[in-house]
Design a protein around this ligand. Structure first.
Ligand SMILES: *Cc1c(COP(=O)(O)O)cnc(C)c1O
Length: 481
């Protein structure tokens, strides 16, 4: 919920209270420099003890509710026939209106199963935008990911409410050019993670479904951030202002053949699942579950997490839960825009994103501007962010580097974790960096893994800029900050 103050300022309001806390600490700049060097200028390789605000991701880092924790205590650890599974199934049936649920240990495990069953060598998988693990699994199965976003999608300073829409003409072209039999399915991601958490509209999904159905092609929704996408539909799509989050989610589910999700995002738990109402699709996917994940009543998850997801699915339709992160992101983006900093607009789900190409126009893609800015943010603040740019792209089959469409630094806002002073601190340190952006240089790989290189790769600054940036910070703020 947002509250309008008497001076007209609109503030996001926490509709919950904090009852369990985790202590955090702010290491001074000299310590941060040491930690960043040890981490190979890759924020993934930092240790929590060296991080003040962990804005790497909203994945598995959300604050759980009292009811989720309570449910975990009564989980049923049966290998087969666990009652926890039946609670999850009932929650998915009630909230999504889908008949079958196939639990999997994470979202990417769901993607692996879908790739195994539906993606054949030579296939194409059109989608509004890829996610890192999605692309890896579909390509490992021999498929090709085709991103058919609209022209507005990559405009980081936009007022288009639905940058996550699919371009319908491009969808027609894909079907025409490859033939419907080579299209594994159309994938629609709720709040496209890599282009700034941007939602799709129901009107667009409806049109996608119509075109796909005309050619006998399946529609798969990646519902990891479904409650946020529904929240944006309610706020932005004409005709939906009076509709509940629950009824919008139902309408989305009515338009897809299969949905899958990572339980680490909207559901504020860990784990994942695939859901469908179609007997034939269920029958094709389920046999693979015990091969890769586990028996069908736990699917590789702890039954505690099965319980937590079951409660999370029911709770995420509460508008105060669906909007908890989105409203903070909106505030964060608004503050950065006020300060003249190139944040991605409109504000999306999951995170505030800063456009590193605009922040650091002197760096080309292969000097990794988003990676460099992400490292610089840590040096200046102790805030851990995530690079979403060329470092996150793997090389092509010929070993050539691929430049990312966008170079973004993602300040994830995990649900119900951080407060207003944390956001104001982040805004202040980003402003300081913007004034000192001339000090920030590029990066180069010194250790580069062959797949999903951003997770474990190690980099080095081109020149000595990390040290100089830390020095500049110390001289402005003193040795203790
Ligand atoms: C996180 C995420 C995934 C992968 O899920 P994991 O649980 O991290 O394996 C897939 N798709 C989207 C949109 C995500 O945000």
């Amino acid at each position: 919920m947002s509250i309008r103050l008497s001076n007209g300022v609109v503030l996001p309001m926490e509709m919950h209270k904090v009852r369990i806390v985790q202590k955090t600490s702010l290491p001074p700049a000299a310590e941060r420099l040491r930690a960043m060097e040890e981490a190979g200028y890759n924020t993934f390789l930092l240790r929590t003890r060296d991080v003040f605000l962990d804005m790497l991701t909203d994945s598995g880092t959300n604050a759980m509710s009292d009811n989720q924790l309570a449910a975990m205590m009564v989980s049923d650890d049966a290998y087969a026939g666990s009652e926890s599974f039946y609670k999850l199934q009932a929650a998915v049936q009630d909230v999504f209106g889908l008949k079958y649920v196939i639990p999997a240990h994470q979202g990417r495990a769901a993607e692996h199963l879908l790739a195994k069953v539906f993606v054949k060598p030579g296939d194409v998988v059109p989608m509004n935008y890829h996610f890192t693990t999605t692309r890896a699994h579909f390509e490992l199965a021999g498929g090709k990911v085709l991103e058919i976003f609209t022209d507005e999608a990559l405009n980081t300073q936009s007022d288009c409410p639905f940058k996550g829409n699919i371009d319908l003409d491009k969808l027609h072209d894909v079907i025409h050019n490859y033939g419907p039999e080579r299209v594994s399915f159309v994938r629609m991601e709720a709040t496209t993670n890599l282009i700034g958490g941007q939602p799709f509209s129901l009107a667009n999904l409806r049109a996608v479904k119509e075109i796909a159905a005309d050619h006998g092609i399946l529609v798969v929704v990646d519902a990891s951030l479904i409650s946020e996408n529904a929240y944006f539909i309610q706020k932005r799509e004409p005709g939906y202002a009076d509709r509940s989050i629950q009824s919008i989610i139902r309408e989305i589910m009515d338009l897809c053949d299969i949905c899958y999700l990572s339980g680490r995002k909207s559901c504020s738990a860990r784990g994942g699942f695939i859901a469908t109402s179609r007997d034939d699709l269920f029958a094709r996917i389920r046999p693979w579950l015990p091969v890769y994940e586990g028996f069908f009543t736990y699917g590789g998850m702890s039954t505690k997490e099965v319980e937590a997801i079951a409660v999370g699915v029911r709770e995420m339709v509460d508008p105060d839960v669906a909007g908890a992160s989105a409203e903070f992101v909106e505030y964060f983006v608004r503050r950065l825009v006020q300060c003249g900093i190139p944040a991605v607009t409109p504000a999306g789900g999951l995170a505030c994103h800063v456009d590193a190409r605009k922040f650091l126009p002197g760096l080309d893609s292969f000097q990794y501007p988003a990676g460099a800015l992400s490292a610089a943010v840590y040096l200046a603040s102790g805030i851990r962010t995530m690079e979403r740019g060329t470092v996150s792209m793997d090389r092509d089959e010929n070993g050539k580097e691929l430049a990312s469409d966008l170079e973004l630094v993602r300040f994830a806002v995990p649900r119900r974790v951080y407060s207003m002073s944390h956001i104001e601190y982040a805004v202040d340190r980003i402003q300081w960096l913007y004034r000192n952006r001339g000090l920030i240089g590029g990066l180069k790989f010194v250790e580069e893994p062959p797949v999903l290189r951003f997770f474990l790769g190690r980099l080095e600054p081109l020149g000595d800029w990390g040290r100089r940036l830390a020095e500049a910070f110390r001289s402005d703020f003193g040795p203790d900050c």
